[in-house]
Unconditional design. Structure first.
Length: 279
């Protein structure tokens, strides 16, 4: 597989010096967000299209700064202390450390999984999660990504986004079906967003994962826009419509509390853009 310079093109003369190298390093670090264990050099080369030599140089530079650590037993790499400290600093800056107790309280009250989700372009990204302790639950992890249109988090955020109309216009006439229950057209989605805005919470009726229903409430910034959402995720057998109505007021309350502890000028806001490794 070719180097990313071949896949994405070399930086133009207008690109700042070192942009490609920075992009590659960030792309490597992103692989560790969803990693279940150590990440091998071969996986990095395959997933990012880097040559082995380039992958070794990037990983070596990250390891030298403490972002990655080599495991001699597996010859793979895992996140190091610098990455941990950076993540902790980001949580403090965004107020996530103050939001977690609120998520834990909602989890304790409902005994269901609770997520804090942010928007990244056309996707919802789970950034914090408190897992249900019940035997029947849907396993998920921070870093998981899903389309906005098929999720309770996405519909909650887009019901109060500043670019809702532009987002809906950008969608294809037929939306890719994540499950047989996914909304299939932009018109159907618009109706969902209107209902969400009116009642203050969204519903994912097995639209993203069969057998799982979710309800979500937007986390609003000072301008009344949402870049984040709090979601309760429940196996469908435990979430009939009557329980949704019971849980919704408390969910909306917690989303409001999260908004209060997160700085109003940075409500988990994403740049809505993902860097490409070769740029």
């Amino acid at each position: 597989m070719g180097d990313t310079s071949e896949r994405h093109g070399r930086g133009t003369s207008e690109s700042p010096a070192g942009t490609q190298a920075v992009g590659r390093a960030l792309a490597v670090l992103r692989l560790f967000i969803e990693a279940e264990g150590d990440v091998q050099i071969t996986e990095i080369t395959q997933r990012l299209g880097l040559t082995p030599g380039t992958a070794h140089r990037v990983v070596g530079a990250l390891a030298a700064e403490g972002f990655l650590v080599r495991n001699p037993a597996t010859d793979g790499y895992y996140l190091g202390s610098t990455a941990i400290l950076l993540g902790q600093a980001a949580q403090r800056t965004l107020g996530a450390d103050r939001a977690m107790p609120l998520l834990k309280q909602l989890n304790a009250e409902t005994n269901e999984s609770v997520n804090l989700v942010v928007r990244d372009g056309d996707e919802s990204v789970v950034v914090m999660r408190v897992q249900s302790t019940l035997p029947l639950r849907f396993e998920q992890h921070p870093g998981a990504r899903f389309p906005l249109y098929s999720t309770a988090s996405g519909k909650a955020m887009m019901s109060r986004a500043g670019d809702t109309e532009a987002y809906v216009r950008s969608l294809p006439a037929r939306l890719p079906a994540v499950t047989p229950h996914t909304v299939s057209t932009p018109r159907q989605l618009t109706g969902e967003l209107e209902r969400t805005r009116a009642r203050g919470y969204s519903i994912d009726n097995e639209e993203n994962v069969e057998g799982v229903r979710c309800i979500g409430a937007p986390v609003l910034d000072a301008h009344g826009h949402a870049h984040a959402a709090v979601v309760v995720q429940v196996p469908a057998v435990r979430l009939p419509d009557t329980r949704i109505e019971e849980l919704a007021p408390r969910l909306i309350e917690v989303a409001g509390q999260v908004a209060q502890v997160v700085p109003s000028d940075r409500t988990m806001r994403s740049a809505h853009r993902r860097a490409e490794p070769g740029r």
